[in-house]
Each structure stands twice: as structure tokens, then as C-alpha cells.
Design a protein. Structure first.
Length: 426
């Protein structure tokens, strides 16, 4: 019992350090995206920024997962934080010396994205070792709450900073947050927790294939994974289009406020999971809440407006955190812990493989649809033409999200994931 309490204290310290660094990352992501859009006025170039931060993460995740299972996870987490710290530091210096071009910014963000992927996958794998099974739901709720606090605070703060500070100073703050996370990891020791699974006999490529085959042979997990890959495609489109959508009706500072309030839903969702945990049968809840998310996109498309978009985004992000928390618990409890590094990394690779594609498509789609279409069903001529065109995209992709949910709900294997026979904790 005392050992469990000590492990949970380790988890709380670890969580706090990663929360601080995640806040800095969210600050940089928002500030750089808005800065590029304001400098160029191009949704396509904004999508390049997001693409450069997503594709390297997708490609590197399987190899990273195998390394996590092979080596001490605390050391891997420390090195990943140090790598991200160095990458953001270099980008900061480049902005101080001379504003870098779009290609240089994209390359540096790609490097940081690889280390961020290792950071996320290692931290997720460590949770199952530090937290007792009965507290995993609440622990994951706390993790999601930290992410939501970053998402709500960073846009508001970045929107305020962009009107008063140079972009290099905002990046310097991100660098400092990684330094703080490194200091915590440097002092923290898991003397009573085994954080690696012993020597491996297979090659890295063999271990990656073993992790992929583990998921492939469990059709319920595979269906869940494909569903989230489809949903992530829709969410990535929303991420790109939301910035020009709101900026066509408001200022950059107001955009930060909208994104901050919308992300406040993540705080609500994270608090809900932290206090109440997750239901025993999670799949029916996941499908129902995904359908409600799709409805929020449809409403935003039907009646474009800053206030309504903010409300819909708030509901969307509340559901996002609850769905994400339930999904993580399923993977932590229905898979063998010795595979967690590879499984979580491969899960991330497949679930986010659609995101770079969405980024590449949504930029040109946003530029094409912006201002091309007639007034919305009840927005009227007072709604800017750019918002009406982008609103149509929300309407279309909301309908597509509903089709994804309906298709997955008909798969019997998906509903059988949580049967007692499927539990494989070891």
C-alpha cells in the first residue's frame, strides 16, 4: 500500500513537469501558426506548419515505441525532453538573429515533433507502471486535464503576447518550460518501479512488426483504431479551418479568446474524468459522444458566427477529453503491459496517419471554399463570405463524421472489446 502511494506521488510530480512543458508547446503552436498566417494570409501555408509537426511524429512513432520497451523509460523520457528543449532553443535563436523562412520553421518544428512523440509515448507507458489499475481512469483524467489547461490558457496568453511581444520571446518561454520539465526528471527516481522490460532478442524492426501484429490480431482494437484515425482526420481539418474561419469575423486577440473558451471544455471534460473516472462499458459512450461531436460541426456550418462557434467548440472539446480518456483506459487495460511502448506508439502512428493528409487537403480546401458560396441557411448577408464558405466545410465534414460513427457502430468486434475474456493485463 505504501509503495503504491509512493508511486502515485512520483506520477503526480512527473505529470506536473510534463504539464508545464505541454503548456509551452501549446503556446508556441498557436503563436507560430497565427504569426505565419498574419505574415502570409495563406491558409495553405498555415497547413504546412501543422503538416511539418505531424508527419515526422507519425513516421517515427513505431521505432520510438520499440525503443521505449527496450530501454529504461525514465531515461527515454528525459532524453526526449532534452531533445525538444534543444530544438525549441535553436528555433528561438534563429528568430532572434533573423526571421527564418517557412522552410526552416517547418524543419525545426519537424525535429521537435519527433522528440514530442517520444515524450508522449513514454509518459503514457509509464502511467500504467506508476498508477494502480483501479486509479487509471482518474489518472488519465488528470493527464487530459493538464492538456486541456494548456489548450485553454495558451491561446489566450499567446493572443495577448502577439500584440505586445516578438515571436522570439514567446519561443523563449517554451524553451524555459522544457528546462523545468528536465529538472524534475533529473531529480526524480523510480527506485521501486521497474521501468523497462528486460533485454530483447529481436531486432527493432521485428519488435515493431510484433506490436503491429498484436493489434491486427484483435479485430475489436483494430476497429477502434481505424475509427479514431477517421475522427482525427475530421479534427485536423477543424484545427486548420478554425483559424481563418474566426479571423474572417474577429481579430487575432479575439481568436485567442475563442480558442481559449472552446478549450475550456477540455478542462470540464478532464475534471469530469478526474473526479468520476470512466464508465465500465466505454464503447457505447464513445460512439454516442462522437455522434454528438459531429452534430456540433454541423451546427457551426449551418449558422456561422463567433458566439455560436465558441459554444460549439466548447461542447466539442468537452466531449473530446471524455472520449480520449475512455479510449486510453481501454488500451491500457486490454493490452499486455510489456507491449505498451510499441502498442501506444503504433496506435498513435495509425490513429494520426490521417492528420498530415488532412492538413495538406484542408489548406487548399479552405482557400477554395473561402468566399465562394451564398449566404448560409440562416446567417444572412451580414456573415462575411469567407465565413460562409468555410462554414460549408464544417457542414460537410460533420456529416462525414456521422457516417464514420455509424459504420463503426455496426462492428460486433468493437462492442466485444471489454468482455472479461478480452482483458489481458499481465
Amino acid at each position: 500500500m505504501e509503495a503504491n502511494r509512493l508511486r502515485y506521488r512520483h506520477f503526480l510530480l512527473l505529470w506536473f513537469g510534463q504539464f508545464v512543458s505541454s503548456f509551452g508547446t501549446a503556446l508556441t503552436s498557436f503563436a507560430v501558426g497565427v504569426w505565419v498566417y498574419q505574415q502570409t494570409g495563406s491558409t495553405t501555408k498555415l497547413s504546412f506548419i501543422l503538416f511539418s509537426a505531424s508527419l515526422p511524429a507519425v513516421l517515427s512513432a513505431p521505432l520510438i515505441g520499440s525503443l521505449i520497451d527496450r530501454y529504461d523509460r525514465r531515461q527515454v523520457l528525459l532524453l526526449s525532453n532534452l531533445g525538444a528543449f534543444a530544438g525549441i532553443g535553436v528555433l528561438t535563436l534563429l528568430f532572434v538573429v533573423k526571421e527564418p523562412g517557412l522552410v526552416v520553421i517547418c524543419l525545426m518544428l519537424a525535429v521537435v515533433a519527433v522528440f514530442r512523440t517520444a515524450q508522449w509515448a513514454t509518459f503514457t507507458a509509464l502511467i500504467a507502471f506508476l498508477v494502480p489499475t483501479e486509479r487509471l481512469g482518474k489518472a488519465n483524467g488528470l493527464v487530459e486535464l493538464g492538456r486541456s489547461l494548456s489548450e485553454i490558457g495558451a491561446p489566450i496568453l499567446a493572443g495577448f503576447m502577439l500584440t505586445r511581444l516578438e515571436i522570439s520571446k514567446i519561443l523563449a518561454i517554451d524553451t524555459a518550460t522544457y528546462f523545468f520539465a528536465v529538472l524534475i526528471l533529473w531529480r526524480l527516481r523510480f527506485r521501486d518501479v521497474v521501468t523497462k522490460d528486460g533485454p530483447r532478442r529481436k531486432t527493432l524492426a521485428g519488435e515493431v512488426w510484433e506490436g503491429f501484429r498484436y493489434i491486427w490480431e484483435r479485430s475489436g482494437l483494430w476497429t477502434l483504431l481505424i475509427l479514431f484515425a477517421s475522427v482525427n482526420f475530421i479534427a485536423a481539418v477543424l484545427q486548420v479551418i478554425m483559424t481563418p474561419f474566426v479571423l474572417s469575423m474577429a481579430t487575432a486577440q479575439e481568436l485567442g479568446l475563442v480558442m481559449g473558451i472552446g478549450s475550456g471544455g477540455m478542462v470540464l471534460g478532464g475534471l469530469a474524468i478526474s473526479f468520476w473516472g470512466v464508465p465500465q462499458r466505454k464503447i457505447p459512450w464513445i460512439l454516442s459522444l462522437l455522434a454528438l461531436q459531429a452534430a456540433m460541426l454541423i451546427v457551426m456550418g449551418i449558422a456561422p458566427g463567433v458566439v455560436l462557434a465558441t459554444c460549439c467548440l466548447f461542447v466539442y472539446m468537452t466531449l473530446f477529453l471524455i472520449i480520449s480518456g475512455m479510449n486510453v483506459v481501454i488500451w491500457q487495460t486490454q493490452t499486455e503491459r510489456s507491449y505498451h511502448g510499441r502498442i501506444f506508439a503504433i496506435r498513435r502512428t495509425i490513429a494520426t496517419a490521417t492528420v498530415p493528409v488532412a492538413y495538406l487537403l484542408s489548406g487548399p480546401l479552405g482557400d477554395y471554399f473561402s468566399g465562394r458560396f451564398a449566404p448560409s441557411l440562416w446567417g444572412g448577408a451580414e456573415v462575411p463570405p469567407e465565413a460562409r464558405g468555410l462554414g460549408l466545410l464544417f457542414l460537410l465534414f460533420g456529416g462525414l463524421a456521422l457516417l464514420f460513427v455509424l459504420g463503426a457502430s455496426g462492428r460486433r468486434a468493437l462492442h466485444e472489446i471489454e468482455t472479461p475474456a478480452a482483458t489481458t493485463i499481465s
